[in-house]
Each structure stands twice: as C-alpha cells, then as structure tokens.
Design a protein around this ligand. Structure first.
Ligand SMILES: NC(=O)c1ccc[n+]([C@@H]2O[C@H](COP(=O)([O-])OP(=O)(O)OC[C@H]3O[C@@H](n4cnc5c(N)ncnc54)[C@H](OP(=O)(O)O)[C@@H]3O)[C@@H](O)[C@H]2O)c1
Length: 318
C-alpha cells in the first residue's frame, strides 16, 4: 500500500516510516526539505516538499491508503517567547489547513487524513492531593473558539483546520497523543540525563497527571484505526492506566537503576522556563482512551513498568 506522511523525519514519524517500510509499504514523505528526507531515508521513500502540494499537485495524495500529518515545530525545545508561541501554532495550523483543503478537493478520492493533535486539547487539570482527577475522554465538551491555556489553544486551532476535509466527507481522525515514550526521542531523551546523574525525581509536588503511550502501541493503534473505518474525529492515544508524574519518575528510576528521589521545585522551573514549565512540567491532564478501549484495541504496554522495561531492556547485541 502507498502511505503518505508529513513530518516523517521526526521522532514519531521516523518510527512509523521505518515500521511501514519494513512491512512493505511504499512511503511518500512530505516535509520542508527533500534533502533532509533523503538524508534520513536515502532512496527508500519518495520525498515531497510542501510547495509541491501547494502547487495543487493532488496526485501526491490520490492513490494513498492514508495520509498521516505529524508536522509542527517542537514545543519543548526552546522557551516560549511570543515569537516561538506563534511558530508553535502556525507550523501546525498552516500545513494542516493545506493538507485538509487538498483532501477536500479530492473528496471521494481522498485518503483518510490522520492528523496529529494532543491531549492538551482538553486544557490543564488541577492536581488532586491524593490520586488522579477524573479522566477526560473524547466525549468531553469544550468550546473550540476559547481556550484556558496556550496548549489547549494550539490543539483546538489545529483540530479546527481539519474541518474543510471533514466538510467534504473525508474520513478525518484527530490523533490526540499523550506523552509518547520511545527509545530514540521525545520526552524520555530529555529526561534521561538528570536521571543518569542520580538527579531525577518528582517535578513540583509530583501529583500532576502524566498521560503517556508507548510508541509501539501508538503505531499499532494507527494500524487498528486504519481498519476501523467507522471511527472518525478525535481519538485519545494514551495508555489506559493513568499515573502521576511522581509514579512516572519512580518507574523511570527503577527501569534505569537510578534513584528518583531528588525533587525539582516548581518555583525553580517556573523561574527558568516560565509558562512552558507550568504547562509542560508542573501540570497535566488525566485522559482515558475510551474510543480505543470501546473498540477493544489491546495495548501491549498498558502499565508504565512494562513500557519502560521494554524501552530500556538491555540490547543483546550491544
Ligand atoms: N512526541 C510527543 O510526546 C507528542 C505528544 C503529543 C503530541 N505530539 C505531536 O505529534 C507530532 C509529532 O511529534 P514528534 O515528537 O514526532 O515531533 P518532532 O520530532 O518534533 O517532529 C515534528 C516534525 O515536524 C516538522 N517540523 C518541524 N518544524 C516545523 C516547522 N516550523 N514547520 C513545519 N514543519 C515543521 C519536521 O519535519 P520536516 O523537518 O521534515 O519538515 C519534524 O520532523 C507533533 O506535531 C507533536 O506536537 C507529540
């Protein structure tokens, strides 16, 4: 099958692309630079630049089984200046709009559009002193035109840009990712260094919800959703067993055999990272994967210990 992916050079995109190539799919990657795509994959994929799509070349999508859009500037890489916040928003909305409108033009001939979103769409939850707050699921109502925090604004505006395709009958799935855990990138890559030096531990009071998914479950869930053609609209991609950030820190320390006791005070993080610390580290949301569990998707890694043991298992070759 021919599959198209935008943002296929990033952490999640690379995992999906390599999996699809290994399964024998033909893969086209849309990105900002053909050279960057070639540097990642050589001749194994067809590289396409966004400008080719903007020039109305709908044939790129016409015979695809699916198009997955993951593009957007990394939210945790640099501090959130007003300019960076604008970039975080527009790097998602601009290209999602372009893809959505291209699919709309193809209407009946368009592939399903699986567009990245994030559980941040629900807005930040207040932590409970004991245990987790009641989880949000896909039925949670909210106003797309308003947002209680920056990440909710980004995700709501991002999902709205898939409306042109939806209005033309294209099957759109808004993939609301939780924190994606995998060996070669994402949050773990950033968190692992302090842990290796024995400096890992709870962040703030550690009671903030930490809704996560193993990257292999994410890829399997996408395969599952491709087959379940009746599912459209938002789908939460998170593990079914919610944990707090403190429980996550403990599990990570255990998986890599390092202590996880040194707390990082919230006040320090706020001083260094400002609003980014508040929204990414000190608060979160507890989210349930209702649509996936109702459809009887089976998670390979439902518990954090199982997920981290898999990610950090010793490599028998190395
Ligand atoms: N990883 C997570 O835990 C997580 C959680 C929730 C939601 N998400 C969302 O899922 C998507 C994929 O996540 P990821 O972790 O794989 O992200 P990533 O590693 O940062 O990769 C994102 C991709 O977006 C493209 N990109 C970067 N800057 C861009 C810009 N200014 N304009 C247009 N495209 C740009 C890049 O592709 P090219 O350079 O080839 O153009 C890059 O490969 C993101 O939109 C992210 O917000 C991720």
């Amino acid at each position: 099958m021919h599959r198209v992916i935008a943002g296929g050079t990033g952490f999640i995109g690379k995992y999906l692309t390599e999996k699809w190539l290994a399964a024998g799919h033909e893969v086209t990657i849309i990105g900002r630079s053909k050279q960057k795509i070639k540097d990642c994959y050589g001749d194994a994929v067809t590289p396409v630049e966004w400008d080719d799509l903007a020039d109305d070349d709908q044939s790129i999508l016409q015979h695809a089984q699916i198009v997955v859009n993951l593009c957007g500037v990394n939210i945790g890489e640099k501090s959130w200046t007003p300019q960076r916040k604008e970039e975080i928003l527009t790097s998602r909305t601009h290209y999602t709009k372009l893809l959505s409108e291209t699919c709309a033009k193809l209407s009946d001939h368009a592939p399903p559009l699986f567009n990245a979103s994030a559980i941040g769409v629900y807005g930040l939850q207040e932590s409970e002193s004991h245990g987790l707050p009641i989880p949000y699921d896909e039925t949670e109502p909210f106003d797309y035109q308003e947002a209680p925090d920056f990440l909710a604004k980004v995700a709501r505006q991002w999902e709205l840009k898939t409306n042109p395709a939806k209005a033309h009958g294209v099957r759109v799935v808004n993939l609301r990712f939780g924190i994606v855990l995998g060996a070669n990138g994402g949050v773990l890559k950033k968190l692992i260094t302090p842990f290796k030096f024995g400096l890992g531990g709870p962040i703030g009071n550690g009671q903030q919800p930490f809704s996560w998914i193993h990257i292999e479950d994410l890829a399997d869930a996408i395969e599952f959703l491709i087959q379940k053609k009746y599912i459209r609209g938002p789908v939460n991609l998170v593990s079914p067993l919610g944990i707090t950030q403190k429980q996550f820190a403990k599990a990570l320390g255990k998986a890599i055999h390092r202590p996880s006791i040194i707390p990082t005070p919230g006040i320090v993080l706020k001083m260094v990272f400002g609003q980014m610390a508040d929204e990414l580290l000190l608060r979160g949301q507890h989210v349930a994967p209702k649509i996936l569990t109702d459809a009887e998707f089976e998670f390979k890694y439902p518990t954090i210990d199982k997920a981290l043991d898999n990610i950090f298992q010793p490599n028998p070759c190395g």
